[in-house]
Design a protein around this ligand. Structure first.
Ligand SMILES: NC(=O)c1ccc[n+]([C@@H]2O[C@H](COP(=O)([O-])OP(=O)(O)OC[C@H]3O[C@@H](n4cnc5c(N)ncnc54)[C@H](O)[C@@H]3O)[C@@H](O)[C@H]2O)c1
Length: 460
């Protein structure tokens, strides 16, 4: 059964979808209408699902009703977390990969978190929307271009909203730079860069159990080694676009006054994962996995053009020895910022023509402090013990607070569809030797009138 709050939420989202011109004043007006509790289900409680679960367990405005995951070990870990917080054990759905459908039949759940392997995102998200459950969807790239349309079509049919859980959009330095962009410090925007530049070799392979090392993957692997490594075997493309693209897309108003128009991708040879297996003390040249082949190039580079004539460069780099750095660069007619390391305010370089010494880089710390986003100022303490340096608090908080206040999500189904589309289009481009691919307009023209939402609120 739909609650009154739910109906109002859907009606307002419909209005937003129809007009697509919500102003900040409108948001404030809606923000005053509140519901006090959000009843939650979890689809997939692996390692990432457990992070969202921890965030929710800290709150007193949610109730965790049920969890679905066929992996009994992961389910036991999730229930142990719930017990640690002295909360009531949620109902379990562990009877195979389709048992989540029984969770979705419940009438006491308002919203679901989905943190499943990539090939399950589409059925989990669409089935949830069809069941009237608001969706928080973890990130990845689409399996096929049609997935993006299927998400959008399900939303437009049901009007049940979906939020893309792109946590890097909420990283403190990213939000400060977003603030600088919006205040015009960079001048007119020209170019942005980002990527997923993270040595994942010890995630893609392990010994088959938590906290073990090794070169196992697939059925013998644990967590992401069970399924993510198979994607690296089967596909050559920008497999994980959202951590790099989401944050910079907000800075240049993608789907809200601007849009992605076309892309071209190229890839290096594939060496890193095979090298890891044969050089590993638990592997070696005679280990059966030394025969495994990996289609994914070690470094995949994607260039994207926008309607407002900016360029975007994305890099996927997960199979080589390299310290973590998402490689952000934000450049406009008056200045440039380059990220270095993991988001610390003093790492990286910045230069503004009207502020910095001529032709010299400055340390960004003073700018990061001066332009610290109001959200971070407000919630620094709440976020202190949250995942990924605090950004997980913000993305999950936005999901719950938007539901409570009946307002559109800052990262919505059109953003998810656009970001997911990069993966299949980049695969096609690489297969066609870098051929340029048109990026569909999932908003069907509404990008021209949709107003920016992300980061404009200081409440959530
Ligand atoms: N935003 C981030 O920072 C971040 C970090 C890690 C992972 N992720 C994303 O989160 C998602 C999950 O990754 P993970 O690290 O938790 O992987 P994981 O392997 O630890 O967990 C996946 C879980 O999904 C369960 N599952 C598989 N099929 C299912 C089905 N049909 N129904 C219900 N559950 C099912 C598995 O049993 C497993 O417990 C992926 O999309 C990943 O890219 C995001």
């Amino acid at each position: 059964m739909m609650t009154v709050d739910r109906r109002r939420f859907i009606k307002q989202t419909l209005m937003a979808g129809a007009a697509l011109t919500l102003s900040a004043a409108d948001l404030k007006a809606y923000a005053e209408e509140k519901r006090t509790k959000v009843r939650l289900g979890f689809i997939a409680v692996g390692l990432r699902g457990q992070t969202h679960l921890s965030e929710m367990l800290k709150r007193n405005d949610v109730e965790i009703i049920a969890m679905a995951d066929p992996d009994k070990q992961m389910m036991a870990m999730a229930q142990a977390l719930v017990a640690k917080y002295n909360k009531k054990a949620p109902v379990e759905y562990t009877n195979g990969p389709n048992d989540y459908k029984n969770l979705l039949k419940r009438d006491d759940i308002d919203a679901v978190f989905v943190a499943s392997p990539w090939d399950w995102h589409l059925p989990h998200g669409v089935d949830a929307m069809n069941a009237g459950k608001i969706v928080a969807m973890e990130v990845c790239g689409g399996m096929k271009l049609q997935d993006s349309w299927d998400f959008v079509n399900a939303y437009e049919k049901t009007k049940v909203p979906l939020m893309a859980l792109e946590n890097v959009c909420y990283r403190r330095d990213i939000m400060a730079v977003f603030n600088m962009v919006k205040k015009g410090l960079f001048g007119e925007m020209l170019h942005v860069q980002g990527g997923y530049e993270h040595d994942l070799r010890e995630v893609l392979f392990n010994g088959g159990a938590p906290h073990t090392e090794g070169v196992e993957f697939g059925a013998k692997g644990f967590s992401e080694a069970k399924w993510r490594t198979l994607q690296h075997q089967a596909r050559n493309g920008e497999l994980y676009p959202t951590h790099g693209l989401g944050p910079v897309a907000n800075m240049i108003d993608i789907n809200r006054g601007n849009r992605l128009t076309r892309l071209s991708s190229i890839a290096t040879k594939s060496r890193g994962l095979h090298r890891f297996i044969v050089n590993n003390p638990k592997g070696g040249p005679n280990h059966p996995n030394a025969k495994a082949t990996f289609k994914l190039g070690d470094i995949v580079t994607t260039q994207i053009q926008t309607a407002n004539e900016e360029t975007i460069l994305l890099t996927h780099d997960t199979s080589s020895p390299r310290p973590y750095n998402l490689g952000f660069r934000v450049q406009g007619t008056n200045g440039i910022w380059q990220d270095y390391s993991s988001g610390e305010p003093e790492s990286g370089f910045i230069h503004f023509e009207d502020k910095s010494p001529h032709h010299e880089w400055e340390n960004p710390k003073k700018y990061m402090e001066e332009y610290d986003h109001p959200l971070w100022k407000k919630y620094e303490t709440n976020a202190a013990d949250s995942g990924h340096g605090g950004m997980d608090f913000f993305v999950d908080n936005a999901f719950i607070e938007c539901i409570k206040r009946d307002i559109p999500f800052p990262l919505d189904v059109y953003d998810l569809a656009t970001w997911y589309a990069i993966t299949p289009l980049s695969e096609k481009s690489i297969a066609e030797k870098g051929q340029v691919q048109d990026i569909p307009d999932f908003t069907k023209g509404a990008w021209k009138t949709r107003k920016p939402v992300f980061g404009l609120e200081s409440e959530y």
